[in-house]
Design a binder for this molecule. Structure first.
Ligand code: KG4
Ligand code: ZN
Length: 338
């Protein structure tokens, strides 16, 4: 089954064609990052307009690259939530029009389910059940993926997402948007103990976490240094910050592995590209005899292939939509309104 998959929830317009949920025939992306960089963050109105400009050409490009015609497409999938509402709407309307014109099923996909499914592409043998640490720009969650379309949220951030914190601290350090990757690069090989930064303590739900205290502590440290004219060791600060984020995430993942008994742990989302988090998860899982699944860096950030992968399983579960499909800025990964 060839699924044409559309992703437009943030600042990447993406159209992919994925066969049977696992084989990526093509994965076309038009990134707007350079454009938003001028403003230090995504400007929603500009994002929506750029999606409109890019999406039609990208779909043609996808067909051409996959050497397919419109008649070879069996279904159209789209990220319908969550994201910048104007941006998501562009993809949803395009997908509705394409499905209607082709006379094929329309499959709505939750963006975070898509991030998890990036692992199905990277690991053709990976099947649920497994645990998944989702770390993206807008979400931070530990999820038990009981089946392809059945999941249970074990814990989530109570405030900021990990990616949001990386970006905010990077921005204050003068790194270009989105700063997570630049901060990660600056941290490599540096002293991660030089700056003492807080780790969120387990609360009532031990899997829940918080990043706002860490973010504030890092920002205060930077501003204080500026005020007193102290020169910061930027690589060491980046390494100390990355260690604090990882130390907030990894022990909770370890506890989840121990308490649920799952021996497979997947990592998903843009922040899954972080070298410190990748290394720490690998080391922790190794000690527990668990196997780690992490998409290659190219599949960690937003892309259409991950939407096409998840869409296949949504289709098999009967989760198709009609022309009344709407876009949602927020929606739980379980499909509930927030
Ligand atoms: O999943 P994603 O592409 O978009 C959302 O769905 O939010 O995640 C984007 C986030 C940004 O915050 C970006 O800075 C972060 O992922 N990111 C990283 C790294 N690469 C991307 N954060 C830390 N280290 C990285 N290497
Ligand atoms: Zn994403």
């Amino acid at each position: 089954m060839n699924i044409l998959a559309v992703e437009s929830s943030c600042d990447e317009t993406a159209v992919a064609i994925v066969r049977d949920g696992r084989e990526v025939l093509t994965d076309c992306i038009a990134s707007q990052v350079e454009l938003h960089r001028i403003y230090g963050g995504v400007v929603p109105e500009i994002a929506s307009r750029k999606h409109i400009e890019a999406i039609y050409g990208l779909a043609d490009q996808a067909l051409e690259q996959a050497k397919l015609t419109r008649a070879d497409i069996d279904a159209v999938a789209v990220t319908y939530a969550p994201g910048l509402i104007g941006a998501v709407l562009v993809g949803v309307n395009f997908a509705k029009a394409a499905a209607l014109a082709l006379g094929k099923p329309l499959i709505p996909v939750h963006h975070i389910r898509g991030h998890i499914a990036a692992n199905y592409i990277a690991y053709p043998d990976l099947k649920p059940p497994f645990l998944c640490l989702v770390v993206s720009g807008g979400h931070t969650m530990i999820i038990e993926v009981t089946d392809y379309t059945e999941m249970r949220i074990l814990g989530t951030t109570l405030d900021d997402a990990a990616g949001e914190c990386f970006d905010k601290v990077a921005r204050v350090l003068g790194m270009p948007y989105p700063g997570g990757a630049a901060l990660d690069k600056a941290a490599r090989g540096a002293d991660d103990t030089k700056y003492a930064l807080p780790r969120s303590k387990p609360g009532e739900n031990p899997y829940n976490m918080s990043f706002s205290g860490l973010k504030t502590a890092a920002l205060n440290l930077i501003h204080h240094a500026e005020q007193v004219g102290e020169e910061l060791d930027i690589p060491a600060l980046c390494a100390s910050f990355s260690a604090a984020v990882s130390d907030t995430l990894v022990p909770r993942v370890v506890q989840a592995i121990q308490e649920t008994g799952h021996k497979k742990i997947a990592v998903a989302g843009g922040v899954a590209a972080n070298s410190r988090i990748r290394a720490d998860i690998m080391a922790a899982a190794d000690k527990l005899g668990a196997t780690v699944y992490m998409p290659p860096l190219s599949l960690c950030g937003d892309n259409g292939a991950m939407i096409g992968a998840q869409a296949y399983y949504e289709y098999l579960a009967g989760n198709v939509a009609d022309m009344s499909l709407n876009a949602y800025a927020t929606k739980s990964i379980l499909g509930e309104a927030l």
